[in-house]
Every structure is written in C-alpha cells, then in structure tokens.
Design a protein around this ligand. Structure first.
Ligand code: ASP
Ligand code: MG
Length: 406
C-alpha cells in the first residue's frame, strides 16, 4: 500500500475521453489498494486561450486579475475528473488550491508555495476517496488567488507529495520520460532511466520543458522521488533520484536548449565597486529573473556588462537599464532577442576535464560563433544566434555519443 501523488498534464486531460481514461487508470490503482492524490492541469490549450482573452483586453493585464482568470482552467478539469470517477463507482473529491489550502506568497503569476494543509486530504484518503487537486494555483495570506507560473502544476504535485510524505510523485505527460535532448530536434535522442535531481534541475532551468524548474527544486530539497511517465503508453519512464552512483556512467546526461531568452548589454560602464549592484538591483526589484551574467575585465576604467533575461521581460529590462545607464554614465545599452542558449549537463563533468574544450571545438567546426559562456560544476552553457540552434544541438549530441546505440 503506497501513497502516490499523480499529476496529469494538459494533453493527458485534453478531452472528455482522455479524462475518462485517466479516471479508469486512477481507479485501477485504488483497487490495488493505493492511496491516490491526483493533480491536474487545465485541458490542453485552455491556459493559452485564457491568456489570449486577457490580452485582447489589456497588453499588461493586472497580475491579480490574470491569476483569477488563468486559474479557472484547472477548476474545470478537477470537477470533470471527479465526475468521471464517480461515474465508474470510485468516490472522489475535487479541491481548488484555495480549498486545500495551498498557501503561497503574494507574487502573482509566479507565486511560491509556503505551506500546505493536509488534514482535509488525509480525511478523504482515510475515507477511501481519491483526492483531486487543481494544479498551478494557491492562495495568499490576503485570500487572493495566486498562480505558480507556467507549468506550475508540476510544482503543486511535488509540493503535495512532500507535504503528504508520498512514496512517489508521478508526473504523467505526453512524453515517456526525460530524454538526452528534445527528440523533435534530434531523432535518435534517448530516454534516460535515471537522472539526478541536480542534473534535472540544470536541464529544466536550461530549457528542458519536461518539468517545471520549481518542481525539481522542491523534489530535491525534500527528497521526493519523482518519476516522469507517459499517460498513453506503459513503461518505467525516468526516475529522478538522489543517488549519483545509480545513474548511468555518462559524462553528459543531456543537452538542453532555450529560445526564450534575450541578451542585454550595458557598454562602457565605469569599472568601480557597486556597478553590478546598480545595474541588477532595479532588475531584481522589478521581479525580473536574470540568468547568465558576464562582466568583462575592465579596460580604460570601463567595462561591458552583459546578462540574459526571459524574452517576455526584455522590453521592461531594456527600459530600466536605459534609466540606470544614464545615471551611471555608461556608453550605451544594446540587446538582442534573436539568441538561444544551449547547455550540456552531466554530473560526470565533475571528474572529467576537457568537456568545455570539446564543446567549443564542435561549435567551431560548424562555424558557430559563441556570444556568451557560463559554467557550473555540472553544466556548460553557451549563447549563440538562434538560427544555429538545431545545427549546434545535433552536432553536440553526436559528438558526445548521446544517441541510441542501436
Ligand atoms: N495550466 C498551466 C499552464 O498551462 C499549469 C500547468 O499546466 O502546469 O501553464
Ligand atoms: Mg505542463
């Protein structure tokens, strides 16, 4: 008898038939004696539809109202799934994030979960009910509805698994696991049996769309065993685990990429203490996340300061920087949105030298210019022009032998 938190993404609940199929699957687990908490996303396309509606009214929708709006998608799915379970004789109850209650901070559109009440869910499980929770949403101290950022249902699932001390958090999705890279870009990309939290976190934060970043952070922090599986075909999926030695002995586990970033450069800023803070302080205050940061060694008492942000934040960041740059006496601010970031990830890098050099050699052989480089213990990331994305990922995947061996 185990307790599983199972999350079904938008495609898995994308139609009435699919919701019924999920209900049938959930009922089977119940019949095997397991306690089941289900987290669902909105039906596929629904969140985008709601966002488009908001954008028809306002180019900058009020963050609070945006959350009230986009959280409705999940409320549709929880109720339909609960009805589908009742139809096949399985008692269930659906809850919105506020009803559970999933307490978050007040950062609308990207709220963080702070605390989850488990009493109500426990009582239902004890009564033999399946508990169905709306993903992606919570409630702040003021009683306002909040949402957790796109893909946030994964985080809801992991947070519930941590709070309930579930045996496993299972993310059912439209792919059958975590791959060495996106199979749409590299046809012989391979499914990984296991990957560490750390690697998965890097993969997710470098652009792999399989899991939301925060869900992986959460899983690692609370050591929640996390499995990614397909809703549509049986198979073991990919287990995201703590144990490094249990992971296949590869130097590189995967290649992630991201077309969602934009690059900003402040040229000719005075090279003195406090500059990085003056530039990035206002960006942070505006709740804009900064990813890569590069500051050159100064020459002529000035230096260039470059960083990347999400493309959606580009315009706002550009405006803020212009104001700061004038105050600092910088030469100019420039940027580009036609860039992409490609990252190679693997815990094997810790014990092997020369991986960065090999990566740069592969890119050089393809004539691809590198605009920025950043590294961590288990990752090397480069920013290149986005027209080279496919070429670069395919060449690296092959050079590092990541594909299927057969
Ligand atoms: N429905 C939300 C989204 O599309 C949350 C989720 O699916 O995880 O981003
Ligand atoms: Mg999703």
């Amino acid at each position: 008898m185990a307790l599983y938190v199972q999350k079904f993404g938008g495609t898995s609940v994308g139609s009435v038939e699919r919701i019924q199929a999920v209900a049938a699957k959930v009922k089977q687990w119940r019949e095997q004696g397991h306690d089941i908490v289900v987290v669902v996303s909105a039906m596929s396309g629904e969140t985008n539809r709601l966002i488009e509606l908001a954008q028809q009214i306002s180019s900058k929708p009020l963050p609070r109202e945006y959350d009230v709006l986009v959280s409705t998608g999940e409320q549709v799915t929880i109720s339909l799934l609960s009805m589908a379970l009742h139809e096949i004789g399985q008692p269930a109850r659906s809850y919105t994030g506020a009803q559970v209650a999933i307490h978050t901070d007040s950062a609308y559109n990207k709220a963080r979960i702070e605390k989850i009440d488990t009493e109500r869910m426990r009582a239902d499980l004890d009564e033999g009910r399946v508990v169905i929770v709306a993903g992606f949403q919570g409630i702040d101290d003021g009683g306002n509805i909040t949402t957790l950022g796109r893909g946030g249902s994964d985080t809801t699932a992991v947070a519930l698994a941590a709070a309930l001390k579930a045996d496993e958090c299972q993310i059912y999705t439209d792919v059958d696991g975590v791959y060495t890279t996106d199979p749409r870009v590299v046809s012989d990309a391979r499914r990984l049996e296991k990957i560490t939290f750390e690697e998965m976190l890097e993969m997710a934060s470098q652009g792999s769309k399989v899991l939301q970043i925060r869900s992986v952070e959460f899983a690692g922090k609370y050591n929640v065993p996390l499995r990614v599986l397909s809703s549509f075909q049986d198979g073991p999926g990919t287990l995201i685990t703590m144990e490094e030695n249990a992971v296949e002995e590869a130097l590189i586990s995967g290649i992630a990429f991201n077309r969602d970033e934009a690059q900003l450069t402040v040229q000719g800023v005075p090279d003195r203490p406090g500059i990085a803070y003056s530039i990035l302080g206002p960006i942070g205050d505006a709740n804009i996340e900064v990813d890569m940061i590069v500051q050159n060694v100064g020459s002529d008492d000035t230096t260039d300061f470059t960083f990347t942000v999400h493309r959606n934040d580009y315009e706002k960041a550009y405006e803020l920087l212009n104001a700061v740059a004038t105050g600092l006496g910088a030469r100019k601010v420039e940027g580009s949105t036609s860039i992409c970031k490609i990252s190679m990830v693997g815990v094997g890098m810790r014990s092997h030298a020369g991986i960065a050099a090999k990566m740069f050699e592969v890119l050089a052989n393809e004539g691809i210019n590198i605009r920025m480089i950043s590294t961590s213990e288990i990752k090397i990331a480069v920013v290149v022009d986005d027209k080279y994305l496919e070429l670069a990922v395919r060449a690296l995947h092959q050079a590092f032998d990541l594909g299927n061996t057969d």
